[in-house]
Design a binder for this molecule. Structure first.
Ligand code: NAD
Length: 472
């Protein structure tokens, strides 16, 4: 029988107050345990992700009519397991340096004093993951929370239920059971959980629910990080090698069947570029998935019927230039490129979050900037050009979470770069040291010297005030 939420949070709070998470040794042990959890249970993790997103095992009909399974573990291994393992290893490597009190520079007035920034944990943090990368999006923030010395309640998305159940089973086996607890459930449970007081909330998901989370956090003045989504555009011109550009764009769109927060959402280009883009895209998709994408073990499925129906309705927008095949029984949507799409079409009003890529005509980089900046600030922006002047102009004029030039996704894989959105695509950032900082309160410390010379340095502040003292 699971504990009521109040008791779950209280248990974590008591553990935090005991001070056990403050030592670097404890944090190191927990991080190593998390690493072992991933290493020792990789196949179970891939199996669970496969059930939720059909990313791992795809059942195809062999020529002899017998069902057989094909393992295509690479995507899940890379983006659900290895990425978290790398984050843990990096945190372990840097932990001592990150946790050390910082000594900032100081002015003349404090020349004889001690000025320090202490890296304090917040306390009990709530981590709410999303379904599209169920392990990565719950565990990457957890690495930061542990490194920074917090206790954490982890709430994976109920939509990826096999992954959520596995996390609920594995985490108590590997991590301290008082400090780190998993809560399962959907809207009802999450609504109740959000009534509890946390010291920090880290949420990944849509902007609509992000607003609910932020409103709940406001009740207790709890700081939040919101990792949201939105429409991440591509600008592509005629200076690029189209073969390379298309492969990098389609990979970003096809990974996890387009269900990635930083998946390229739409393409902005001239009419001439559109023609060569579409022609090359046909070739590349054929090369990757063969003539029947549905039977390829390397292409995923849409996570729920609701999302499938929503995505299918977008296929009526514009003209299908590539793909367009669907199968509701498998929630399969082929990688699809739509042309003649109008900015007012439904597909251009919300994040697509699926393998459909509309192309919109623009005549210049300035037109692309006007198009993008007239909408909400994107989470990611992808520029494909060899023209450095245009690239500079695009980078400087588009406000967004992050940019990859001549690639998609990969800025998020650089662990020395912060990852996060701005405006409707989110607030706050994480990955690497930015995760540590997100879960850390920077506590200022001033240690004054009682020496008479130090006293002289600050004596101008005492009454009686005079012109001479002010000008001192
Ligand atoms: P989701 O349905 O998995 O929900 C995310 C979390 O919100 C879950 O823990 C869920 O239980 C909770 N939740 C759902 N409804 C709720 C409610 N009414 N009240 C309180 N909590 C509730 O995820 P989603 O929202 O479908 O995720 C898709 C969105 O997430 C997309 O916009 C995508 O771009 C974004 N996303 C962003 C990132 C990022 O890192 N920035 C990563 C992945 C996904």
């Amino acid at each position: 029988m699971p504990l009521p939420f109040l008791q779950i949070v209280q248990k974590a709070r008591d553990a935090f107050r005991s001070g056990c998470t403050r030592s670097v040794d404890f944090r190191e042990r927990q991080l190593k345990q998390l690493l072992w959890m991933l290493e020792e249970n990789t196949s179970e993790i891939l199996e669970a992700v496969g059930k939720d997103l059909r990313k791992v095992r795809v059942y195809v009909l062999a020529d002899d009519g017998v069902n057989f399974s094909v393992d295509s573990k690479q995507e899940a291994l890379l983006l659900e397991v290895n990425v978290v393992i790398n984050e843990i290893k990096s945190a372990l490597f840097h932990l001592k340096e990150w946790t050390k009190p910082e000594k900032p520079s100081k002015g003349l007035v404090n020349a004889m004093d001690t000025v320090i920034i202490y890296n304090d944990p917040y306390g009990v943090v709530l981590i709410m993951g999303a379904w599209n990368y169920p392990f990565q999006l719950s565990l990457m923030p957890l690495v930061g929370a542990i490194a920074a010395g917090n206790c954490a309640i982890i709430k994976p998305s109920e939509v990826a239920s096999a992954s959520a159940d596995l996390m609920a089973r594995l985490i108590p086996k590997y991590l301290d059971q008082d400090c780190f607890q998993v809560v399962l459930g959907g809207v009802l449970e999450t609504t109740m959980l959000l009534k509890e007081q946390f010291d920090y909330i880290f949420y990944t998901g849509s902007a609509t629910i992000g607003k609910i989370v932020r409103a709940a956090a406001n009740e207790h003045l709890t700081p939040v990080t919101l990792e949201l989504g939105g429409k991440s555009p591509i600008y592509i011109d005629n200076t690029v090698d189209m073969g390379i550009a298309v492969r990098r764009i389609l990979w970003g769109k096809c990974v996890n069947a387009g269900q990635t927060c930083i998946a390229p959402d739409y393409v902005l280009c001239s009419e001439a570029v559109r023609a060569s883009f579409v022609a090359k895209a046909k070739e590349v998709l054929e090369e990757w998935y063969g003539s029947n994408v549905k039977s390829s073990p390397d292409f995923g499925r849409i996570a729920s019927d609701k999302h499938f129906t929503r995505l299918q309705s977008f296929l009526n927008n514009g003209r299908i230039a590539v793909g367009g095949e669907t199968d509701p029984s498998e929630r399969f949507i082929a990688p699809t490129i739509l042309t003649d799409v109008k900015p007012t079409d439904p597909i251009m009003q919300e994040e697509i979050f699926g393998p459909i890529l509309p192309v919109i005509n623009v005549d210049s980089p300035s037109d692309a900037i006007s198009f993008i900046t007239s909408r909400d600030k994107p989470l990611a922006f992808y520029i494909f050009t060899n023209n450095s002047k245009d690239m500079k102009m695009l980078v400087e004029n588009v406000l967004c979470g992050g940019i990859s030039c001549n690639d998609t996704f990969m800025h998020a894989a650089v662990d020395t770069l912060p990852f996060g959105g701005v405006g409707y695509s989110g607030m706050g950032a994480y990955h690497g040291v930015y995760s540590f900082n997100t879960f850390t309160h920077k506590k200022s410390f001033l240690g004054k010297n009682l020496n008479p010379i130090a006293e002289k340095l600050i004596s101008a502040r005492y009454p009686p005030y005079s012109e001479r003292k002010i000008n001192f």
